[in-house]
Design a protein around this ligand. Structure first.
Ligand code: ISC
Length: 381
């Protein structure tokens, strides 16, 4: 498939997203590589990854479980999509790639809106039940860890403004992957700090990201040190490093886990270990297939913890905590996990946050941790 390329310099790249309002599109900003890709209007639904060669970038997002129940997430995910229009801004400059006819993009600045909304979630008792189911399974020895999550429903005075939210997500979250995917009246957006798998030629990287502590400007340094030496968090982290390493060993013989380090985000610290492998044979989707869900999103062992989550979590996870990202025509790219995220539908927003429960976790503390994680979305409003 031939694409034409023209230079397109935009003072506000969100103008491109705005131009295609109402049409299927994706926003993907890798703040580490400073690469922004916006794709608009579906050109092709790929059957296999081998078809990627014909397109500049492919977007893929899968649902957390194999299928998603209910209307909210209907037909979102489990597709490899190529677009007709791409705006790309990276080290090679800013350009517009289009398949047929280019559209004229008006370059307007995004106006930051202050959203007024109310929270319609009263889920503490449901959280307690979920927490108890998980801790009982840990005490019985059926699992060592599971990630409990919440869905928080916000209702705005007016429709939520995606452009304004995406702009703030970009401004507030250096080091993260800022994403938005719009389809049929709904937009899934967020700022994920976590790479499920990155492929750069033969170099494969996954983040084991688990273990969390909140921070403020005053207690910043002390909190980082506390987390690095906290027994519960270090144990929780170790489960994730071990399972990611074992999963990666299914596809590559030499897998290396680096040192455990702190990852600092706007409101919290995480424990992070980079796990890497060398491989020339498998695709990003092959890698994602063995890794998803890691125990940072699901649990350990995987099957038993997923059954528990299916039975006790009251909401549908949809694309939350799932592989989501873009790859290029060579198959290189990143699948992050769709956390620190929300689904927007007009005046309704469903924001998601979860945390790992292990032996020694406290119900209230973990609930508070979900609130800290939700700040990524709330502070973008
Ligand atoms: C599941 C989420 O975070 C995961 C990623 C990093 C640290 C986590 C934790 O410490 O519990 C979670 O496993 C979420 O933000 O919804």
């Amino acid at each position: 498939m031939n694409y034409n390329t023209m230079t397109l310099q935009l003072t506000d790249p969100l103008s491109f997203w705005r131009h295609f309002a109402g049409r299927e599109r994706v926003f993907w900003y890798d703040t580490q590589k400073q690469r922004l890709i916006i794709g608009a209007d579906r050109r092709a639904l790929l059957q296999t990854e081998a078809d990627s060669k014909a397109y500049p970038y492919i977007f893929y997002g899968r649902t957390f479980f194999d299928t998603a129940r209910g209307d909210l997430w209907r037909d979102m995910g489990n597709e490899m999509i190529a677009f007709s229009h791409y705006y790309i801004a990276d080290a090679d400059g800013e350009r517009y790639m289009y398949a047929d006819i280019p559209e004229t993009i008006d370059d307007d600045r995004t106006i930051l809106r202050t959203h007024h909304y109310e929270e319609r979630t009263d889920d503490y008792e449901a959280w307690q039940r979920l927490f108890t189911a998980i801790t009982s399974a840990i005490q019985d020895g059926r699992i060592t860890k599971a990630v409990a999550s919440r869905e928080v429903h916000l209702v705005g005075d007016e429709d939520f403004d995606e452009c304004s939210i995406l702009r703030r997500l970009v401004n507030n979250n250096p080091g993260c992957f800022i994403f938005g995917y719009h389809k049929e009246g709904r937009t899934f957006l967020g700022a994920s700090p976590e790479i499920l798998v990155q492929k750069e030629g033969s170099c494969i990287t996954s983040y084991a990201l688990a273990g969390t502590i909140g921070k403020t400007a005053e207690n910043r340094e002390a909190q980082g040190q506390r987390l690095l030496h906290d027994d519960k968090n270090v144990r929780e982290h170790g489960i994730v490093v071990r399972m990611i390493t074992e999963s990666m060993q299914r596809l590559a013989s030499s897998v290396t886990a680096g040192p455990m380090e702190l990852m600092e985000l706007k409101n919290l610290f995480h424990l992070r270990t980079l796990v890497t492998a060398e491989d020339n044979e498998h695709s990003l989707l092959d890698w994602s297939g063995v890794l998803h869900p890691t125990p940072a999103m699901g649990g350990q062992p995987r099957d038993v913890s997923l059954k528990l989550l299916k039975a006790y979590e009251g909401h549908e996870r949809g694309l939350y905590a799932s592989p989501l990202g873009m790859w290029d025509s060579k198959g290189d790219g990143v699948l992050a996990v769709g956390i620190r995220s929300a689904l927007v539908k007009g005046k309704h927003m469903y924001a998601y946050a979860g945390c790992g429960i292990v032996d020694g976790s406290e119900c209230d503390e973990e609930y508070t941790e979900t609130k800290t994680k939700l700040r990524t979305i709330v502070e973008a409003l």
